[in-house]
Write a new protein. Structure first.
Length: 149
């Protein structure tokens, strides 16, 4: 069975604001891609995500965008010899006025011990991204600052 997972968080801000915090490279670079994001997440774009505290940069190939609802992209598996794409889907839904649920699914991992171990690392990373997103959108705090160095 192919390893896949979903993580989510609820952010205390309107859906449009939360969506923009992910799609807009200036905001994304303020709390997640601490080495920078080269462009906006728009359908058909390939942007580079760089992390000051993790080897990179990583190309992100945007495959679908529904404004304020969904961003989907592919990127390479982060495992030794992992030369295959993973599918990441981010969904934004209003749970009540001013509160947005953000879900991240990542699929496509190979069913090997090495891939499963690497998928756990990515699952941890997406969980941390969501926590950092919440702190950024609600309080303008960069939760990653100093967390990994």
């Amino acid at each position: 069975m192919e390893p896949t997972y979903s993580v989510f968080i609820i952010v205390g801000r309107p859906r449009h604001d939360v969506f923009e915090a992910v799609a807009d490279p200036a905001q994304l670079s303020s709390y997640f891609t601490t080495g920078g994001a080269s462009g906006r997440l728009e359908i058909g774009a390939t942007v580079m995500w760089d992390f000051a505290d993790f080897p990179g940069p990583f190309p992100v190939h945007v495959t679908e965008v529904v404004p304020d609802e969904k961003i989907a992209f592919t990127w390479q598996a982060n495992e030794p010899g992992g030369d295959y794409p993973l599918q990441v889907t981010m969904r934004f839904s209003e749970v009540e006025p001013g509160r947005t649920k953000v879900e991240v699914d990542e699929a496509g991992w190979h069913d090997t011990d090495v891939a499963i171990k690497a998928s756990y690392g990515n699952c941890m990373g997406w969980s941390q991204m969501l926590c950092a997103l919440k702190m950024w959108v609600e309080h303008r705090i960069n939760l990653r600052e100093g967390a990994y160095r």
